[in-house]
Design a protein around this ligand. Structure first.
Ligand code: PLP
Ligand code: COI
Length: 355
């Protein structure tokens, strides 16, 4: 199928003029259209753009029972010259298909994912916000649609892309609870896949942490509960002894974040030392006591770069001064400038929606 050949059925009415772009709560508002494609009989059908709206399913829909479902999170940004560009969507395509493989789902073709997304964004161009810290959040997802309650991979799937104009995910520095009892992922499991069950399993521990006044959980490794992993919706970075450190991906238990890899590349290009390695929570506590732990922040598509002010581990409250996190500030500002076109995209990250 050639670019431009995606069939479009326009919505009869638009929600755009009644949307308050000064008040965009994360992920609650959606644009007028969505892209949808169906996989059946061993092949993908053509993607199609339809008015955004409810889907109808049989109660036996396998995904509702066994969770064969994956998703991605991507952002498109308004640039200073008025055009719009997507941040590293090919990386998300790679990760999506890695998740699909782990969940026994079919690969999604590049055309459906990339051209589908560009086409949808071009149609919804006026919805892409242009204020600082605002963007268009892109949510591609896929789920099995067999109507059967026997356990097994579905033979049919839907691939869908929806768009949500968003403002900041967090409005202030974070208060994080270091989880010792519950775990997010174990070696051999699905921690590296962006699959629904990882998020479902996190909800109860996250609720307990929230009830204690924390914003997010910092997960630890499953075997020893001593090595730092990631948070519920972001990878983590620390500045220890002047070096930027982040947990390594080797165990396959944490998400290979696109923001994480971008921060690593950007920091190195700015001359900073970055280490991807196992990080003991005790090292962070010790660094805090000695004054060598100076910054902590999360990195993710939704959260961008979010500073961590408090890390509660057992009886120790690591309290850092967010106003002194100059490395986090520099990385966040440089990323924002590349995304909005006010700095050169020297690492080749941005893909114009009309390219
Ligand atoms: N870790 C988890 C569990 C996430 O949900 C996310 C968000 O996507 C991230 C890390 C950050 O990944 P990315 O930067 O690709 O959005
Ligand atoms: C993202 O950052 O895109 C995520 O998927 C995190 C989240 C909102 C679950």
């Amino acid at each position: 199928m050639q670019k431009g050949a995606i069939k479009v059925t326009k919505a009869a009415t638009s929600k755009w003029s009644s949307t308050d772009f000064n008040n965009l709560p994360f992920g609650k508002l959606f644009t007028d259209h969505m892209l949808i494609a169906e996989y059946k009989d061993g092949a993908w059908g053509d993607p199609e753009i339809l008015p955004y709206g409810p889907l109808h399913f049989d109660p036996s829909l396998a995904t509702l029972h066994y969770g064969q479902s994956i998703f991605e999170g991507i952002k498109a940004f308004r640039r200073k010259d008025g055009s719009a560009a997507i941040f590293r969507p090919y990386e998300n395509l790679k990760r999506f298909n890695k998740s699909a493989h782990r969940m026994a789902m079919p690969d999604v073709p590049e055309f459906h994912f990339i051209e589908g997304m560009k086409h949808l964004l071009a149609l919804e161009d006026k919805w892409i916000p242009n204020a600082d810290d605002h963007s268009m959040y892109i949510r591609p997802f896929m789920f099995g649609t067999d109507e059967v309650i026997g356990v097994g991979p579905s033979s049919r799937y839907y691939f869908i892309i929806i768009l949500s104009p968003v403002g900041p995910y967090f409005s202030k520095p974070l208060n994080i609870y270091v989880e010792e009892q519950y775990v997010r992922a174990a070696p051999g499991g699905v921690g590296y896949a962006k699959t629904a069950g990882n998020y479902a399993a996190s909800l109860y521990p996250a609720k307990l942490a929230k009830d204690k006044g924390f914003d997010q959980i910092l997960w630890m490794d499953a075997q020893e509960h001593r090595y730092v992993q990631e948070c519920g919706a972001m990878n983590v970075f620390f500045v220890l002894d002047g070096k930027l450190i982040t947990p390594s991906l080797d165990a396959g238990t944490i998400l290979d974040g696109i923001t994480r890899k971008s921060i690593i590349d950007l920091a190195r290009s700015l001359g900073k030392t970055v280490e991807e390695r196992d990080i003991l929570i005790d090292e962070l506590v010790e660094g805090y006591k000695k004054g060598t732990l100076t910054e902590a922040f999360g990195a993710g598509t939704a959260v961008t770069v979010s500073k961590i002010e408090v890390l509660q581990y057992k009886e120790t409250k690591i309290r850092l001064d967010a106003s002194k996190m100059s490395i986090a500030d520099e990385l966040k500002q440089t990323m924002a400038a590349i995304r909005n076109g006010s700095a050169a995209d020297s690492l080749g990250w941005m893909v114009g929606i009309k390219d």
